[in-house]
Write a protein that binds this ligand. Structure first.
Ligand SMILES: Cc1cc2nc3c(=O)[nH]c(=O)nc-3n(C[C@H](O)[C@H](O)[C@H](O)COP(=O)(O)OP(=O)(O)OC[C@H]3O[C@@H](n4cnc5c(N)ncnc54)[C@H](O)[C@@H]3O)c2cc1C
Length: 608
């Protein structure tokens, strides 16, 4: 251990997105020492890409909104397999977290009377998303970062954590490498918070940034924590489809929230033919009413383009499969039509959706104020993740906490837009608070040098294989690409048993091949080596998703099975849980959801 640089903190937060920064701020505010380690540069975490807004029942635009409506919307969106306690805490606490962010300097868009403006989004009954144009994530991260750096948090940038260090069951630190220099680091901590974000890079088409490789899910799984809901992956209905180099980049739901409509190649608004029975009373059945809703009309019903994401994504896939798609394999999303309604439509679009305007102008040479965009589904978000206690965010391993996209529970089978940014704030704060408390109540643990040596030898193995004369010389990029391709095709938007079984076989084969990949050159900023190291996380989460999806024999939320297209009420009462068995193989079980208190059941009934 003497060979490695060692750092010691009371609380170590892994990940500098919204969840990690909020956790670090909270822990540090209690007076404990905090280290924040991230694979990326500070300020570059994926949260920066969030566009549409933060969901919180502030009731600034519609005074009928309150936490109960937000709670009921979140549970309905999650098809009632959410952790009810997390959904309750989230709905109750989100408004305070947003106001706090404003007090720390976030400059939100404003209502005419100067309050935080809120916009409509799919599945939210009232306009609820506090936003900053379509750059909300950027403003959120900037604000948290500005606030955090003044609190004395130690930041360790461009360092990838490879393993969690344990003493018995307890997590007592983490071990990783500096991406730039290739040298190893030991982090000793009394408590560790995982805030490593999503898994989008396990799929070929994704809106997620390069570091969303499911590392936190994988670190927790290999350390002995449980993962739940991994079958629930959200495919956002609108990503760019053209040109190929930008395929998957998100087209925010804010476009539809501001009046954008979906049409097929015949010019038909196909979503009008696809309103599920349970949404009929809330959904407009004519264009005029849908437009009034996007203008914040209290009594209008929402346009069908704002139905839940899984539903809209499947309708788009159907249009494409049945030959009514756009020239590059998507459908049309048109906001330019609002010129018929607004004299200043062009300025309005540029003001409300500046990033979208520039994104299409620069990347696809399309002027969205005058032309329709081409869009198709993209892998966007995972509802599943590390199983945590709702109040404290601690996993089943003492000292290991998780928050943000890598933790599970709040979203159930599907997340409503805007509920991630509020989740990061609410549960990031809670994770930081309880990790700090744990660190005050426990001494620094003992790090096992054997565990470190084993990790180092595994991490450097690919260099030995890359040496001259070595027989094995697998290419990490090939394995990564192959995995992404078949995960998209076999475990994507529409799933079935035969294809997922094939995916399991292919994952098993890639596990074997991953043990023979070779890295060449030296350890200083070596992308092939980094890719080889990422494979463990990508394969772990892919296996967890596929095993969980095979075990949920029904369709619900983000999980759609061609061979079981209906919901099964019995499975609607269960979580699928996976964990690493003693023999190192993945284990799975169904577990009943915790019973919801009558008071909350009453709220859901009332809102129906
Ligand atoms: C284009 C886009 C737009 C979106 N818009 C919205 C929106 O409007 N509203 C909304 O609610 N949600 C939105 N989302 C979802 C939301 O942005 C994410 O779910 C959320 O930002 C995740 O935040 P996080 O803090 O959990 O993780 P991230 O922001 O992904 O941060 C993860 C951090 O962990 C670090 N990390 C990862 N692995 C390691 C490792 N092994 N070692 C060290 N560090 C590691 C990363 O470098 C990074 O710093 C959007 C998503 C996308 C892709």
């Amino acid at each position: 251990m003497a060979d490695y640089q060692t750092f010691e903190h009371d609380v170590l937060v892994i990940g500098s997105g919204g969840a990690g920064l909020r956790a670090a701020i909270e822990a540090s505010a209690t007076g404990v020492s905090v280290g924040l380690v991230c694979k990326c540069l500070l300020g570059k975490a994926h949260t920066v890409m969030a566009e549409g807004g933060i969901a919180a029942a502030l009731a600034n635009v519609d005074d009928r909104d309150n936490w109960k409506v937000h709670f009921a919307d979140t549970m309905r969106g999650g098809q009632y397999v959410n952790n009810w306690r997390m959904a309750e805490l989230h709905a109750r606490e989100a408004p305070a977290r947003v106001r706090e962010l404003e007090a720390w300097g976030a400059v939100f868009d404003r209502t005419p009377d100067g309050r935080i403006l809120q916009r409509n989004f799919g599945g939210h009954k009232y306009p609820r998303l506090a936003h900053v144009g379509d750059r909300t994530g950027l403003e959120m991260l900037r604000t948290l970062q500005d606030h955090g750096v003044h609190q004395g948090i130690d930041v360790h940038m461009e360092c990838t954590i490879l393993t969690l260090l344990k003493e018995g069951d307890r997590v007592v630190g983490a071990f990783g490498y500096e991406r730039e220099k290739g040298t190893f680091r030991v982090y000793r901590a009394k408590a560790v918070v995982l805030a490593t974000g999503g898994i989008g890079r396990a799929f070929k088409i994704t809106s997620n940034s390069w570091d969303c490789t499911g590392d936190g899910h994988s670190l927790a799984y290999h350390a002995g924590a449980e993962l739940i809901d991994m079958e629930f992956v959200q495919f956002h209905p609108t990503g760019m489809v053209w040109p190929p180099s930008v395929c998957g980049i998100l087209v925010t739901e804010g476009v539809r929230g501001e009046g954008g409509v979906l049409r097929n190649s015949e010019g038909k608004r196909f979503m009008f033919g696809d309103i599920p029975e349970n949404y009929r009373s809330q959904t407009a059945d004519n264009e005029e009413e849908g437009w009034r809703y996007t203008q914040g009309d209290r009594d209008a019903r929402r346009p069908p383009e704002l139905l839940t994401r899984d539903h809209v994504a499947r309708c788009i896939v159907r249009e494409i499969k049945e030959g009514r798609g756009s020239p590059h394999g998507g459908v049309f999303l048109d906001i330019s039509w609002i010129r018929k309604k607004l004299s200043n439509a062009s300025e309005h679009i540029k003001r409300k959706l500046p990033s979208m305007y520039h994104q299409f102008k620069q990347l696809a040479n399309i002027d969205i104020t005058a032309e329709a965009m081409e869009v198709g589904p993209t892998t966007h978000y995972i509802m599943g993740g590390i199983r945590v206690d709702a109040d404290t965010q601690m996993s089943r391993l003492p000292g290991l906490f998780a928050a943000g996209e890598c933790a599970a529970g709040i979203n159930g089978a599907n997340r409503l837009g805007g509920n991630s940014l509020s989740d990061l704030l609410v549960f990031g704060k809670r994770a930081g608070e309880y990790a700090a408390q744990f660190s005050r109540e426990n001494k620094t643990g003992v790090v096992n040098p054997g565990q470190i040596e084993e990790t180092v030898s595994e991490a450097l193995e690919s260099f030995n294989r890359g040496s001259k004369g070595s027989a094995a010389d697998g290419n990490p990029y090939e394995i990564q690409y192959e995995l992404q391709r078949f995960m998209q095709d076999l475990v994507g938007i529409v799933r079935k048993e035969t294809e997922m079984t094939e995916a399991i076989d292919r994952i098993t084969e890639l596990w074997i091949r991953s043990k023979s990949v070779a890295a060449h050159g030296n350890r200083q900023y070596n992308p092939a080596w980094h890719t080889a190291l990422d494979l463990r996380s990508l394969l772990t989460v892919s296996e967890a998703i596929t095993v969980s999806a095979l075990n949920r024999k029904e369709s619900r939320g983000g999980h759609y099975r061609d061979d079981y297209p209906q919901k099964d009420p019995a499975l609607g009462k269960l979580n699928v849980v996976v964990w690493k068995g003693r023999d190192g193989t993945i284990q799975v079980r169904h577990e009943p959801l915790p019973e919801m208190p009558d008071e909350l059941k009453g709220i859901i009934e009332e809102m129906k």
